[in-house]
Structures are given as C-alpha cells and as structure tokens.
Design a protein around this ligand. Sequence first.
Ligand SMILES: Nc1nc2c(ncn2[C@@H]2O[C@H](COP(=O)(O)OP(=O)(O)OP(=O)(O)O)[C@@H](O)[C@H]2O)c(=O)[nH]1
Length: 383
Amino acid sequence: MFDFKSVFSFKKTYIPLILSGFFTVLVLQNEYQNIQSAIKFAFDRVKSNREINQLFITYSRTISLQRDRFIEQVYESDVFHGLNFAFEDGTVITNSDIDKHSTFDRRGRAWYVCAKKKKQGEYCVTDVYLDVLTPSRLRHVITFSYPVYEDGKFLGVGVSDINVDALNADTHFMKLEYYRREKPSMDFYVMNITACFFMIFLVLCILRVLFFVLVDKVFTQSRHDLLTGLKRREHFSSDKIDARTKAFCFLDIDHFKSINDTYGHDVGDKAIKSFSDCIRNSIRAEDVVFRWGGEEFLILVRGKKDEKPDVPSMMTRLCEQVEAINIKGVPKFTVSVGFYEYRVGDDVDLCIKNADIALYKAKRSGRNRVIRYDSSLAMDTLG
Ligand SMILES: Nc1nc2c(ncn2[C@@H]2O[C@H](COP(=O)(O)OP(=O)(O)OP(=O)(O)O)[C@@H](O)[C@H]2O)c(=O)[nH]1
C-alpha cells in the first residue's frame, strides 16, 4: 500500500513546488520587465518619430531647400534609417528620393491599410525584418506606421523605421527579439532553458500531487463499504491492535431478515445505513468501526494507555439511540451487542471470537441487550 504521509511530505512535495514556483516567478518577472522597458522604449521612439513626421509634413509643404535641410538633420541619427510619408492618393515620399512620388509597394500598402484604421496616437508595428538598402547595406528594422491628422483631418500615414542594429544596450527586448530570429545569445538560451526547466518541474510537481490525490481517492473508496461509507472487514488489521485498544464490540440488528422479508431489501438497506450513521455519530474520534458482514458491525473502542472506558454504558447508550431512530418508511428496530475487553497481549483472533460469543449470548437471551464476554460464556457455547 502507498505511504501517503511520505508522498505528501513537506520535503518531497512542497519544497520542490515552492522552489520551482519561486524561480519561475523570478524568470517571468525578469522577462516581464524586459518587455515593459522595450515597449516603453519603442513607444517613446514612435512618439518622437511622429513629431518628426509632423515637422516633415510642414516642411514638405514649404520650399524644397528648407525641406532638404530638415531631412539631412533627421538622417544624421543612425537609429532612424527610414522616414516615409504615404498620402491618401497612394503615393509615397521616401528619404532616398524625396522629390519623387513613387507608388506603394505591397508592404507599404499593408502598413498604410493598418495605420489608417488607427485613431490619432495609435500605431501599427511590424516584427523585426531585414531591410535591404543596397546589397551591401542590410539592416534589421522594425517599422511603425501611424495615421497623421492635422486639425482632426486625416492627412496620410507616417511610416518610420527603427534600426534594431543601432539600438543601445539597455533595450534588451528589441535585442532579444532580434537575436531570437538571427543569432540567439547565451543569455537568451540560459534564461529560456531555465524558465522551461522550472515550468516543467512545476507541472511535474502538480501532476505528482494530482496523481497521488487520485490514487488516494481510489484507495479510500476501495477501503470503504459503499452503502455505509464505513471501513470494510478486509481492512481490519491485527497489527493496529495495541495498548490503546480497549474493547472489541460486535453489534447486530435484531430480526433483520424479517425487515427485509416484510418491507423489501431497499428498506433493509435504509435500516443498515441509518444504523451505521447512528454508530458513526455516537462513537468517539479515536474509536474505529468496520462493517463486518451484512448487518453486523465491529467497533474497536480505543483510548489512552491507562484509560478504562465504560464500554457497557457506551454500548447501552448506543442501543438506546438505535431504538430512537425514526426514519419514514423504516420500521423501528433494535440491536444486540457482545463485547470483549481487551488486555495487552491477547490474541486478536481470540478477541474477535470472544466478542462474537458474547453477541451470540445476547441474541440467545432475548436480543436488544449488551453482553460482556466472560469465560463462562465459552463453556456455555460449548455446552
Ligand atoms: N437489505 C440488505 N439485507 C442484507 C444485507 N446484507 C445481508 N442482508 C440480509 O440480512 C439478513 C440477516 O439475517 P440473519 O443473519 O438470519 O439474522 P437476523 O434476521 O437479523 O436475526 P438475528 O440476527 O438472529 O436477530 C439476511 O436475510 C441477509 O440476506 C444488505 O446489505 N442489505
């Protein structure tokens, strides 16, 4: 049989669970902070880029000389490598060819369509991708596109690229995204493998607990009688009989066969159930009950080592409580009790036999009574 105490021991189950939970939270928190700082960074960039675009709109409407100067200033920065403005009519001004209006390519169209649906202040953002400026100039960029409004009127879509290669070191997330696609770093592997390891560990711990809870349930069910919920006879173990065992008491419903014969088995079952409930409610926490056979029950009266419980009074009280059972459709019934007072060292099989002899005597002498075993009863039985 499983040793459930050891399975659910603090050391084996809860410490690994707590540890793995703790590390998972740490790793997730770290990842969360990276993401948060990256989002903030990206958002700040988009905001400043949008301001540049607003300026760009203004300049693009003024004379070409001023505009070119502005464009030069913007492109001195190595972070922003692209600054485009797409107009409603489908034309786009690019930094490389500022005076020429070219039409959207498919990618530009997608950005335009996405950004056009956004409100002022919102934006669309791409994944990191490889932008080919010339065959020798490859850059990893993220593109933001956003609607540009002037006095509440939609003018067109601003498109700005962030050069991921040029981002500085504290923008972990961008780097992470970038390396994830291109060149995973050692940090990335260590962090993610650690996270996976602890996640798997956590899941295994949870499964382990669930498994043993399930097994425990199945074992508990198999140990207990279905009708009464009490322990079954097969699970009585003489190994558990020790100095705290005070008495073996057999209880049996009187004339139970006639209840079955007169009212049917269903009513018989109800009587057994109500009897077992009555036993359960009247015994003490340390006592143990078994359904021994059909309508026969064994109570092991237990107590502290030197305690001497008054078994006859306990059993008489129980008999009175059984007599007082009042359930609609179930006839009144009584029980007989035979008990044997245990002494340390007694043979357990003999104790059971003696309690049974006492029960037999209770039946023979008129039922609805409590009989203590003594040696004269054994002679009586033999006789
Ligand atoms: N309804 C029902 N009947 C059961 C169950 N288990 C055993 N029985 C019946 O219980 C009856 C026991 O009858 P007997 O052993 O003759 O004893 P009794 O009629 O109680 O008579 P005394 O014990 O001498 O007072 C039998 O008819 C069994 O079929 C059960 O789970 N449900």
